[in-house]
Design a protein around this ligand. Structure first.
Ligand code: KG4
Ligand code: ZN
Length: 355
């Protein structure tokens, strides 16, 4: 069965055609980075308008590149939550219209579930292996930072172990880069600068080091960088800037790796999966690989295109439900919130003492 996936939850307009075994036949992503770059972050109103302008072209490209037409599809899968409301509505309304006009089944997918199952995508010419269930997943992007235990693809089989109380890790990279005048998005540039810096020259605070918590908090670390700049001024030379980037990145990576490995060990799973845009970070990949080797955990790092926002992961997640004959045509609605059960409260305090 072929499934058309549509993703417009944030600043990527994406469409993909995927087989229900996970093989990606086409994967088209129109990024809005240059549109939002002057503002140092995503502007919701601009995002919705740009999705409107590009969605038709992106879907047509995805169909063309997969050598398929609407009549070949077994169904349509669309991101319906969480995300920017106006942006989500563009994809959702278009998907509903397509499903109605072609009389195909349609399912709504939670964007976070898409990320968690992206490890099952297969790309022609790229070797891949699948983690055994259950696994622990570290999802680190510009909008989300959380650890999950995944026992299956259904919402009821995915348990949040802990998430960020404030900024997502990618958001912290973006805000620190903005503060240092490095442009948007901040992750890739800080990643490059940090590789040439010394992380031990500036002592920044450890973000939420609590041994028994799987929750994260990155806003204090960002404030710490801000305070350092206020006290010492903007780094005057390249070396000082690289050292500050390295010190910041070291703290983020250290926290993510420690908590991810501790979560995998405490859940007694063999596999750790990583996803989201920050999974592109070289230091994170290398440090996680070393830590997993040390603790006999199998690490699964999907190709970067599967980690960042894309519609192939949405098509695949939806295909699992379409294959069972399910359709949401009558009930499909948008929500800015995830449908996954959360245990982390934004800001101080916890809802669930278990972790
Ligand atoms: O998953 P994604 O494409 O979009 C969502 O946020 O959903 O992730 C984008 C985020 C941005 O915050 C960006 O700065 C960060 O991922 N990012 C990185 C790197 N590449 C992208 N962060 C650290 N190191 C990188 N190499
Ligand atoms: Zn995402």
């Amino acid at each position: 069965m072929l499934v058309l996936g549509i993703e417009t939850s944030c600043d990527e307009t994406a469409a993909a055609v995927v087989q229900d075994d996970g093989l990606v036949l086409s994967d088209v992503v129109h990024s809005q980075i240059s549109l939002h770059a002057p503002y140092g972050g995503v502007v919701p109103e601009l995002a919705s308008r740009d999705h409107m302008n590009n969605i038709r072209h992106v879907i047509e490209s995805a169909l063309r590149e997969s050598n398929s037409s609407l009549s070949d599809l077994g169904g349509i899968s669309v991101t319906c939550r969480p995300g920017l409301s106006g942006a989500l509505l563009v994809g959702l309304q278009l998907a509903k219209g397509l499903a109605w006009a072609t009389d195909k089944p349609i399912v709504g997918v939670d964007h976070l579930v898409g990320h968690l199952l992206a490890v099952y995508l297969k790309y022609a010419g790229i070797a891949s292996s699948e983690p055994e269930l259950p696994f622990v997943a570290l999802l680190v992007s510009g909008g989300h930072t959380a650890l999950y235990r995944v026992d299956g693809a259904d919402l009821s089989q995915i348990q949040e172990l802990g998430a960020t109380r404030d900024d997502a890790a990618g958001e912290a990279f973006d805000k620190v880069a903005k503060l240092l005048g490095l442009g948007y998005p901040g992750g890739p540039v800080i990643d490059r600068m940090a590789a040439e810096g010394n992380p031990t020259t500036i002592e920044l605070s450890r973000p939420m080091p609590g041994r028994h918590s799987f929750e994260f908090s990155f806003s204090g670390l960002k404030t710490n960088v801000m305070r350092h700049v206020a006290e010492h001024g903007q780094p005057r030379d390249g070396a000082a800037l690289r050292n500050l980037c390295a010190s910041f990145q070291f703290r983020v990576v250290e926290t993510l790796v420690r908590k991810a490995v501790r979560a995998a060990r405490s859940e007694r799973v063999q596999s750790l999966v990583i996803g989201g845009g920050v999974a592109a970070n070289l230091e994170l990949r290398e440090t996680l690989r070393r830590a997993c080797d040390e603790h006999n955990i199998r690490l699964f790092v999907p190709p970067i295109r599967a980690c960042t926002d894309n519609a192939a992961m949405i098509a695949y997640a939806g295909s699992l439900r379409l294959r069972r004959g399910e359709s949401d045509a009558a009930t499909l609605e948008m929500s800015p919130h995830t449908a996954l059960r959360t245990v982390t409260r934004k800001g101080p305090g916890r809802r669930d003492r278990k972790y």
